[in-house]
Write a protein that binds this ligand. Structure first.
Ligand SMILES: [Zn+2]
Ligand SMILES: [Zn+2]
Length: 317
């Protein structure tokens, strides 16, 4: 095993490996064959904030991670208290959010593993980084964990902004809780993926892998076999569902992209509706309405404001 680097030096070393692998690929191509788009992009483009290119690995500031995680925990506590949300529903929400994030990570992974998406603006850089992970699978372990979760932060802010509109800036309290949980689950998803590559994974991680709450090394290894079309989910519990979907629609590039973008904006809203229905079935109607801070919040509110009506009672759920 080589020397273990941390911080910016670890990132620099990974970028050196990218250069080396790209050069090897170029040399191989001189004997015939076409250069893969992942190498081509590194050779010909520099990332300019819109279009994908080198460098693949970037050191991330820690402050946004602290801000997002601290903010998410505060939102969950504050909104749950304001709603008098019974603990069992908070628990049910956490389980739903966990399952949803795993499913979402599978959809995201299918979209970002598609080589055609490297050429798209904004999303292209994420696709390039995902596909370089196939070439350097240990990258998640070679760099600091704060850089692994820091990779998500740039995407978190526009997604959060879109969710804020749908949740009527926090008036749909249940959706606000689901959004906050999703941000925390996203960090957990990165942890789960990293531990699947970590030969020094601790006892706790091994236990979670063993009981199936995090993806096992074996299952994730299956994804790393070309053509990388198995086990897309980063936590792993939804892999069977994703596999069926991939068999049906695996190569419909824009279908997966559209599904991914719609999930970014509406999945927490759908979860809040689902939990609400669950509550209606097992609780009194009164408590459910208190949870929502008024039924005219969230998407019904948005729809109401779009059609120029303030009376949203007909859209109450
Ligand atoms: Zn992949
Ligand atoms: Zn991996």
């Amino acid at each position: 095993m080589g020397k273990r680097y941390t911080g910016e030096e670890a990132i620099r070393q990974l970028n050196l490996r990218v250069e080396k692998k790209t050069q090897q690929a170029v040399d191989l191509c001189k004997e015939g064959g076409e250069l893969d788009v992942t190498y081509k992009r590194v050779l010909d483009y520099k990332f300019d904030g819109v279009w994908a290119g080198r460098p693949i690995y970037v050191s991330r500031p820690r402050f946004p991670t602290y801000l997002i995680s601290g903010g998410a925990i505060s939102v969950i506590i504050y909104q749950a208290k304001e709603m008098n949300l019974p603990l069992q529903y908070l628990g049910a929400a956490a389980v739903m959010s966990y399952l949803n994030y795993d499913f979402f990570s599978g959809v995201l992974h299918v979209a970002l593993d598609d080589p055609r998406n490297i050429k798209l603006p904004f999303i292209g850089q994420a696709a390039l980084e995902f596909q370089w992970h196939h070439a350097i699978p240990t990258d998640l372990v070679d760099k600091d964990f704060m850089d692994v979760i820091g990779d998500l932060n740039i995407a978190a802010f526009p997604i959060l902004a879109a969710n804020m509109i749908v949740m009527d800036y926090g008036r749909n309290r249940m959706m606000a809780i689901f959004m906050a949980m999703k941000l925390l689950m996203a960090y957990f998803g990165q942890f789960s993926h990293r531990e699947a590559h970590n030969i020094r994974a601790g006892k706790f991680s091994q236990l979670l892998q063993k009981v199936g709450l995090m993806i096992s090394v074996k299952d994730h290894k299956a994804h790393h076999q070309p053509p990388h079309e198995d086990d897309f989910c980063l936590i792993g519990v939804c892999n069977h569902v994703l596999q069926v979907m991939f068999k049906l629609a695996g190569h419909f590039q824009y279908a997966w992209l559209a599904f991914f973008i719609l999930s970014c904006i509406f999945d927490n809203y759908i979860l809040s509706v689902m939990l609400n229905h669950l509550a209606v079935n097992v609780s009194s109607k009164d408590s459910v309405e208190t949870w929502h801070g008024g039924a005219d919040s969230g998407l019904p509110y948005l729809y109401g404001s779009l059609v120029g009506s303030n009376n949203n009672s007909s859209f109450a759920f």
